[in-house]
Design a binder for this molecule. Structure first.
Ligand SMILES: NC(=O)c1ccc[n+]([C@@H]2O[C@H](COP(=O)([O-])OP(=O)(O)OC[C@H]3O[C@@H](n4cnc5c(N)ncnc54)[C@H](O)[C@@H]3O)[C@@H](O)[C@H]2O)c1
Length: 382
């Protein structure tokens, strides 16, 4: 029904556009192209080129990991989650399945795990850069495409910038093309910290300049620019969520990132974690359940552009170690290694825009989120 209505609206818009082109043959008519994302009155109203359904989530937001929203009697949506076997994507898939959506997961399992994927979702092991992935998504005909698949390691992006660009820019662009073809709304897992670097303003709002110093940050920003361009050229509906440091159950403790997961795993197995540098570098740690709620709000919203998703609070690494150790029940001993070259000194995101546009705010305090995370790692020792 909603789809038919959308098709009628699109046909009417196309007729209007054809009429305008006939009357103004020498003018380029840019539908829906208003630089709202970059300007002061940022996306407070939906652009006319793309219709979007009104917000319709049911029930009060909950801080729990899944079951963040219920649909009531309404039929579910058709959603694609790329990277749905990974840490954040798999929690999002759980929440979507729980509220009654039909979910297709596209993931090549390069860092994700098959067992993370909700059994009620359809899983396709495919690389987002491949034509097969595009075909599978086209066939699914999604209303929303949540793009979480990425080469998500900053340090690896420094070592392998070409691979980073291939997965994060070219792969992202391929997903954008499918969204354009299918008319799906695009929700993009972007980054905050890696975009702003050591910003002059803390917590950092979206109005601060983004000059990333890692290939990973450059690739995320490039895709945000492509999104903006696709909005102008094709009327694509999108929202880029600039995450702070996300932590929680299922995060990979074996990679170089994900300090909470690394501390949990090491302390629970009686090993000594090593802090890079003096440990006074700060980060903004946001719980994965809060990030899932931000995605659900983004799916239901008509807003377009980019928003920070963080708590606005800084926590230094030494304090983080103490907080994790308390929950594990061991004494925190600080052992410091050399600092990582180019490591950012401070980071915290101002999420006021997400609050006003999406009604989103973080609900899980760091202490509570760490409690849940430590408990999960205790129950999942491998
Ligand atoms: N974790 C954070 O703190 C954080 C912060 C900012 C942004 N992000 C972004 O959020 C998203 C999810 O991050 P995460 O922490 O869950 O990472 P993750 O590594 O757990 O998840 C990424 C998923 O993408 C899949 N993938 C990678 N390359 C692929 C490809 N070419 N084709 C198909 N699938 C592919 C992986 O197998 C994995 O399941 C990423 O886009 C990441 O850049 C994460």
């Amino acid at each position: 029904m909603a789809r038919r209505h959308r098709t009628c609206r699109r046909a009417a818009a196309e007729r209007l556009l054809a009429g305008l082109q006939e009357r103004l043959p020498n003018q380029a008519i840019l539908v829906g192209a208003r630089p709202a994302c970059w300007s002061g009155d940022w996306a407070t109203r939906p652009w006319p080129a793309k219709e979007w359904r009104p917000a319709r989530l049911r029930g009060a937001p909950s801080p729990t990991l899944h079951g963040c929203a219920q649909r009531g009697d309404e039929p579910g949506m058709r959603v694609v989650v790329t990277g749905g076997a990974g840490f954040i994507g798999s929690h999002l898939v759980d929440a979507l399945v729980e509220r009654g959506d039909q979910v297709l997961v596209v993931d090549d399992l390069s860092t994700g795990r098959r067992e993370n994927v909700n059994p009620l979702a359809v899983f396709r092991r495919l690389d987002v850069r491949s034509p097969e992935a595009a075909a599978a998504i086209r066939e699914w005909s999604p209303e929303v495409l949540c793009h979480h698949a990425a080469m998500a390691s900053v340090s690896r992006s420094v070592r392998e910038p070409l691979l980073d660009a291939d997965v994060n820019v070219v792969g992202g662009l391929r997903m954008l093309e499918v969204a354009r073809e299918t008319g799906a709304r695009f929700i993009f897992a972007s980054t905050g910290g890696a975009l702003y670097g050591d910003a002059a303003v803390l917590p950092t709002p979206e109005t601060e300049p983004a000059w990333p110093v890692s290939p990973y940050g450059v690739a995320k920003l490039a895709l945000e620019h492509y999104l903006y361009c696709y909005r102008a050229q094709h009327g694509l509906g999108y929202l880029a969520l600039r995450y702070a440091n996300v932590y929680g159950p299922r995060q990979d403790p074996h990679g170089e990132a994900g300090v909470v997961a690394i501390f949990c795993r090491r302390l629970l197995s009686g090993e000594q974690p090593v802090i890079n540098g003096d440990g006074l570098q700060t980060r903004d740690y946001v719980f994965v359940g809060d990030v899932v709620r931000a995605n659900l709000a983004a799916i239901e919203s008509a807003a377009c552009g980019h928003v920070n998703i963080g708590t606005g609070r800084q926590c230094d690494v030494n304090t983080l170690l103490r907080l994790v150790a308390e929950r594990v029940g061991v004494e925190a001993v600080e052992v410091h290694g050399p600092p990582r070259p180019g490591d950012q000194r401070t980071s915290a995101l101002d999420a006021s825009r997400a609050r006003s546009l999406l009604g989103w705010e973080p609900l899980v305090p760091l202490e509570q989120g760490l409690e849940e995370t430590v408990a999960w790692f205790r129950d999942h020792p491998s």
